[in-house]
Design a protein around this ligand. Structure first.
Ligand code: PRP
Length: 197
């Protein structure tokens, strides 16, 4: 296991407890006979989806949508691009969008509009992490796992340059883990020096 965790923000045990709590909260918000249609936002949402789906005490169906809002510079700006559309229609389903993190809110806003056009019976959102200080749109998730400060976080689905998504915890990428490029620790991902050494 790669260890970049000089600062573990949320341990695997903390995450497990919070996801169970979220699942109970979500379940209470729907009628007893509800089948939830979970739509995970790839790629980051795959870990959270897998854990949430297994502790939700109701039938679920699952689909994925892949979008990208980060360009080559890995900065969270610019238009959202659809990379992979849904496989199942959302019409008359109780849809729950499953996000790993809300930052500017641009991705969630785009996906909400995209899915709403499909005519779901209900449409709600759950975000494992929320970084409200970075918001450029007035938008929030119906359910939030943890609210975090403006730090660059990795693990539990969140990547740096496509790596570290498999960390079972959430860690802050520390300045000591990056080259001195002068980038700030916001949503701008600096270069890793070598997290495996
Ligand atoms: C990340 C994250 C969210 C989005 C949040 O995805 O998974 O979907 O950014 O940012 P926003 O609120 O500023 O729109 P990213 O585009 O990095 O793709 P990935 O999940 O494949 O890593």
């Amino acid at each position: 296991m790669v260890d970049v965790g000089h600062t573990v923000l949320f341990s695997a045990d903390q995450i497990k407890d919070r996801v169970a709590g979220l699942a109970a909260e979500i379940r209470r918000g729907y009628p007893a006979d509800t089948t939830l249609h979970l739509v995970a936002v790839l790629k980051g949402g795959f870990v959270f989806l897998a854990d949430l789906a297994r502790v939700l005490d109701c039938p679920v169906t699952i689909d994925f949508v892949a979008v990208s809002s980060y360009g080559a510079a890995t900065r969270s700006t610019g238009p959202v691009r659809l990379r992979q559309d849904l496989h199942l229609p959302v019409r008359d389903r109780d849809v729950l969008i499953v996000e790993d993190i809300i930052d500017t809110g641009e991705t969630l806003a785009w996906i909400l509009e995209h899915l709403r056009a499909g005519g779901p019976r209900s449409l709600r959102t759950v975000a494992f992490l929320d970084k409200p200080s970075r918001r450029t749109l007035d938008i929030q998730a119906d359910y939030v796992g943890f609210t975090i400060p403006d730090r660059f976080v990795v693990g539990y689905g969140l990547d740096h340059d496509e790596r570290l998504r498999n960390l079972p915890y959430v860690a802050v990428l520390e300045p000591s883990d990056v080259t001195p490029t002068g980038e700030t620790m916001t949503n701008t991902a600096p270069e890793l020096s070598d997290p495996t050494s």
